[in-house]
Design a protein around this ligand. Structure first.
Ligand SMILES: NC(=O)c1ccc[n+]([C@@H]2O[C@H](COP(=O)([O-])OP(=O)(O)OC[C@H]3O[C@@H](n4cnc5c(N)ncnc54)[C@H](O)[C@@H]3O)[C@@H](O)[C@H]2O)c1
Ligand SMILES: O=c1ccn([C@@H]2O[C@H](COP(=O)(O)OP(=O)(O)O[C@H]3O[C@H](CO)[C@@H](O)[C@H](O)[C@H]3O)[C@@H](O)[C@H]2O)c(=O)[nH]1
Length: 436
């Protein structure tokens, strides 16, 4: 099958490589020439396990990238995914301008693509966006009609960064929103057929466009709120000197709660949870409903970095002193620093007049954070980062931080504030866990 993909970031690149691996022919369109060159060279524009390997296998064979939407005409894709960013406006609401621009550009070539191409919204968009923004842009620019000349569907993506390829290949579910357009549904079934043939246990949810859109937000809002809830409970545990992880292990044994997403600490970051929870809160308010619980989940999350800094303040005044920050990516296995908890932590340290030295095992994460904080010193290994520091703040649960031991002896004052329960508590260091 021939598949077009508009946007080649974390999602567009991952699905391109995985679709090629399922045996499809893929063409990616991205406005960024550097991204397109990388893809055609068989290298991922972002850092994600297994991605370079897949791209190396398929680039130039069954996977091509271009900056020109026009190239889709000769390629003749049966399905075209929109994997464009849907960032936040200043008030937290969704900014649909990029996806609208992408739909307009695609609309400009859609009429010339043979057959009944189905446009599939892969991006996370608030309910109604596909019907009210993307569909009209496609119709206006192409002069065609949805359901007559081309199909329109929503197929949200649930992959996590750091495990994107394996999440995509082994999904918990697939959601096909098609509003009863049989041709669009069949097109999606053909796209995923090789994956479903391999694993016929994957549930497929066939639903409407709005339903598919909101399922994605409900999924993320539920998970983010679950982490905020365990953080709130963890903060209470800490007040009683109780280990929140012991409590989480116990409650996770209840099938109705489940053991996943119960790791309390400095909170959730990344390119999805913060923007998506804020977007659905703003969208709900626009509909006249005030989602107090989701707002509380955001508030608890925003407070966790401050709690981490307060714990540090209890042990050391860092003004004019060297402080080590370990972990810059928002989670292990990625170079993505968007909304990383390290950002409010570094801001808080700089407000206190500390001299911040930072380390992340992923060099690209260090480079990405340097764009936010050019005045921080970034080092390539933990020992020189910790050396002479008066406090160390652990912000990301990279497994290698669990191996650190004697490196803490290099500190001037071994105050270790662990925001992710990854460092071993031991004699000789002043150790504080955020919720334990
Ligand atoms: N990152 C994730 O883990 C993840 C997971 C599931 C869903 N999502 C959703 O998927 C969408 C894409 O997210 P992402 O993280 O892959 O974005 P991203 O920022 O990593 O990548 C977006 C890409 O789109 C390109 N682009 C921008 N404007 C364009 C245009 N007009 N035409 C063509 N290309 C254009 C950019 O150059 C960039 O390469 C968002 O809605 C996001 O919420 C993301
Ligand atoms: O028990 C936990 C689990 C996660 N986190 C934090 O939550 C954030 C998000 O982590 P995770 O969900 O693993 O990564 P993402 O790549 O942001 O994936 C989320 O966001 C994606 C984009 O929408 C969705 O596709 C995924 O299903 C959803 O899990 C990170 O800061 C984690 O450190 C915790 O603090 N405690």
């Amino acid at each position: 099958m021939k598949i077009g993909i508009v946007g080649s970031g974390y999602v567009g690149t991952t699905i391109a490589a995985c679709f090629a691996d399922l045996g499809h022919d893929v063409m990616n369109v991205d406005v960024d020439e550097a991204v397109v060159t990388k893809l055609n060279d068989g290298a991922a524009p972002i850092s994600e396990p297994d991605l370079d390997d897949l791209l190396g296998r398929y680039a130039g064979e069954s996977l091509f990238a271009t900056t020109e939407y026009e190239d889709l005409v000769d390629f003749r894709p049966e399905v075209i995914f929109l994997a464009l960013p849907t960032p936040s406006n200043d008030d937290g609401s969704i900014d649909t301008s990029t996806i609208e621009a992408g739909a307009e550009a695609l609309g400009g070539v859609l009429a010339d693509i043979e057959g009944y191409p189905t446009v599939v919204v892969k991006s996370t968009v608030v309910p109604g966006t596909t019907e009210n923004v993307i569909g009209p842009a496609l119709e206006l620019e192409s002069g065609g009609r949805i359901g007559v000349d081309f199909g329109l569907a929503v197929n949200p993506e649930f992959l996590r960064e750091g495990s994107a390829v394996s999440d995509f290949t082994d999904p918990d579910k697939l959601v096909f929103g098609t509003d009863d357009d049989d041709r669009a549904r069949e097109a999606l079934e053909s796209v995923y057929a090789p994956l479903l043939d391999d694993d016929d246990d994957v549930p497929v949810v066939e639903t409407g466009l709005r339903e598919a859109e909101i399922i994605k937000y409900a999924n993320n809002a539920f998970l983010a709120a679950k982490v905020s809830l365990i953080n709130e409970l963890g903060n209470i545990c800490k007040e009683y000197g109780v280990d929140a992880y012991e409590v989480a292990d116990a409650i996770g044994l209840d099938d109705r709660i489940g053991e996943q997403f119960l790791r309390s600490g400095v909170g959730w970051g990344g390119s999805c949870f913060p923007k998506d929870v804020n977007a659905i809160v703003a969208a709900a308010r626009e509909q006249g409903y005030d989602p107090e619980l989701l707002q509380a989940a955001i508030d608890v999350n925003d407070r966790q970095p401050q709690r981490m800094l307060d714990l540090m303040d209890d042990h050391v005044d860092v003004e004019g002193k060297r402080v080590a920050v370990l972990g810059l990516a928002f989670k292990p296995g990625t170079d993505d620093v968007r909304n990383s908890r390290a950002i409010p932590i570094i801001e808080g340290l700089q407000e206190r007049g500390a001299d911040v030295i930072a380390y992340d095992p992923n060099p690209a994460a260090r480079d990405n954070m340097a764009k936010h904080f050019p005045d921080v010193e970034y080092l390539a290994s933990p020992s020189p980062t910790l050396s002479g520091a008066h406090a160390a703040l652990i912000v990301t649960d990279w497994p290698e931080f669990g191996e650190l031991d004697r490196e803490f002896d290099l500190m001037s004052n071994s105050v270790v504030i662990d925001g992710r329960r990854i460092v071993e508590r031991r004699e000789g260091i002043t150790y504080e866990g955020l919720t334990w």
